[in-house]
Design a protein around this ligand. Structure first.
Ligand SMILES: NC(=O)c1ccc[n+]([C@@H]2O[C@H](COP(=O)([O-])OP(=O)(O)OC[C@H]3O[C@@H](n4cnc5c(N)ncnc54)[C@H](O)[C@@H]3O)[C@@H](O)[C@H]2O)c1
Length: 471
């Protein structure tokens, strides 16, 4: 759907009007495009005391083709960068006239060695010096260690403090800049690349203020792994694939090499067929809530099995609980939550979902914060979060990961149905001052479905532009 305010304030006339009236000016977000470089410009590196992740990070930067510059606090970077054959220099504040290649596209701070709150000063110094040099739609990534695994209360405290810095930077930086925190567990250093790539890339345009934990997990990516087609040879089921977010998920997974099996209701057959034709996918017209559907899906996937299952199909039937009828309650819980459980049970029991596979569920910020008129919907979406958290340890033995994305306000037919005032509030009440696009949710799902994301499981990642709701 069209955001006419964003379009207007980004036109020459609209920009003048917004400036003179002091109106907010949401940035046109820089999103991934196949015909533009995904990683370019400069990444400025900072570090606290005894950083432990710079070596792993240098290994990733060596693949990306970005130029690095070290802030004075990150003296260790230079020998590490040299060892990885990287061009590196010292951080200098950017000239306003700097060309695209000379711009600072990302600020990365390794806080993994900080073990006392008195050392948090190093974050102040780095971001104080560098934030103004960060290009619009730039990226901030802070690297830390999971607080709950820290050896001392002081270390836990200091690592937990990183959340406050990172989330506040997202709110302060504005200009389409995203700020996220990655807690990397001990021995997980070799598994950070898919996650770092996502958070440094334009693919994460609408993901900000998030905290992601990367655990240690065996990785199967060989040295010749093709990062441009990470899902090559894989099969992915996407429910609700006829339109909106589901169609975008199908497109992104297919663009990354997967064969997509799209499922939608029989009533949506024409749209589903058209969506699958575009990506040479397979269409299955099933109502996911019908009792026979789980077995039918397992049998349609036959002996070829499936590597990725994306539970995206969902509905709303909004009414305050006193006015809601029982079928509206049951229908929403059944389609949005119970159907996912029945389908996964069938695919897991039959071994159709292969070991090492990925399950990604679509929750919602309503499931985190609750919402007026959405007791049924919020219950279903909070239940999705419970499913992800409870199933992750249970599936770990088969190396299957399960995660959820929780979209905020995304421009689709679902949000187009909202009353105007609510719709406008949903769009603007976030650090990006705009709604997300279906592709933003799809890109986050593709990262979680990536074979390199084996260490990310049991997590809920919001795709909400750092919405104030439930923050
Ligand atoms: N749009 C948003 O802002 C937003 C925000 C948070 C979460 N979500 C979630 O994202 C998902 C996709 O939302 P959307 O905005 O693209 O919605 P949408 O209504 O545009 O698309 C949903 C799709 O699911 C299909 N579907 C519904 N019931 C089904 C069933 N029983 N069997 C098979 N298919 C079924 C529909 O036919 C449709 O194609 C949903 O789970 C929704 O709750 C959306």
């Amino acid at each position: 759907m069209n955001d006419s305010y964003l379009n207007f304030v980004n036109s020459p006339l609209g920009a003048r009007v917004a400036r003179s009236l002091g109106l907010p000016k949401p940035e046109v977000l820089r999103r991934y495009r196949a015909d533009a470089p995904e990683f370019d410009g400069i990444v400025a590196i900072g570090a606290g005391r005894s950083p432990q992740l710079l070596d792993a990070f240098a290994g990733v930067v060596a693949h990306l083709g970005m130029t690095s510059v070290a802030h004075p606090g990150a003296g260790l970077w230079v020998p590490l960068a040299n060892r990885h054959g990287l061009m590196t220099g010292r951080f200098e504040p950017a000239e306003p006239s700097a060309g695209a290649q000379a711009r600072v596209r990302a600020l990365v701070f390794d806080a993994s060695g900080i073990d006392d709150s008195t050392q948090l000063d190093s974050l102040y110094t780095f971001f104080h010096d560098t934030l103004r040099s960060l290009d619009k739609c730039g990226r901030i990534v802070v690297l830390g260690r999971p607080p709950e695994a820290c050896a001392t209360p002081r270390q836990w405290t200091a690592q937990r403090a990183l959340e406050g810095v990172t989330r506040s930077l997202g709110k302060e930086a504005r200009r389409g800049i995203a700020s996220n925190l990655l807690y990397v567990a001990a021995h997980a250093e070799s598994g950070i690349e898919s996650t770092l790539r996502f958070f440094l890339s334009p693919r994460s345009a609408y993901v900000s203020g998030q905290v992601v934990r990367i655990g240690a997990a065996p990785l199967t990516l060989g040295p010749d792994f093709d990062w441009t087609q990470p899902l090559a040879g894989q099969r992915a089921v996407v429910t609700g694939a006829a339109r909106g977010i589901g169609a975008a998920i199908a497109n992104v997974l297919a663009a990354q090499g997967a064969h997509v099996i799209g499922i939608d209701t029989p009533a949506a057959t024409d749209a589903l067929d058209a969506a699958m034709r575009q990506i040479a996918g397979t269409a299955l017209a099933f109502d996911i809530a019908a009792p026979e559907t789980p077995a039918q899906i397992a049998s349609a996937l036959d002996e070829l099995g499936v590597d990725i299952v994306v539970h995206n199909a969902g509905i709303t039937k909004d009414k305050t609980i006193a006015k809601m009828n029982a079928p509206a309650w049951r229908n929403v819980i059944d389609i949005n939550l119970s159907a996912q459980e029945r389908i996964d049970d069938a695919l897991l029991e039959a071994g159709t979902l292969r070991d090492g596979g990925r399950i990604v569920c679509v929750s919602s910020i309503s499931g985190i914060a609750g919402n007026l008129g959405q007791t049924n919907y919020a219950a279903s979406k909070a239940g999705v979060i419970g499913r992800v958290q409870s199933m992750a340890p249970y599936l770990a033995g088969r190396r299957i990961t399960i995660n959820a994305v929780a979209p905020g306000f995304i421009e689709t037919q679902m949000t187009a149905k909202m009353p105007l005032a609510l719709r406008e509030a949903g769009r603007r009440m976030n650090a990006m001052s705009q709604g997300g696009q279906p592709v933003d949710v799809a890109q986050a799902i593709a990262w979680l479905a990536h074979p390199g994301s084996a260490g990310v499981t049991g997590q809920v990642v919001r795709v909400c532009g750092q919405s104030l709701i439930g923050a």
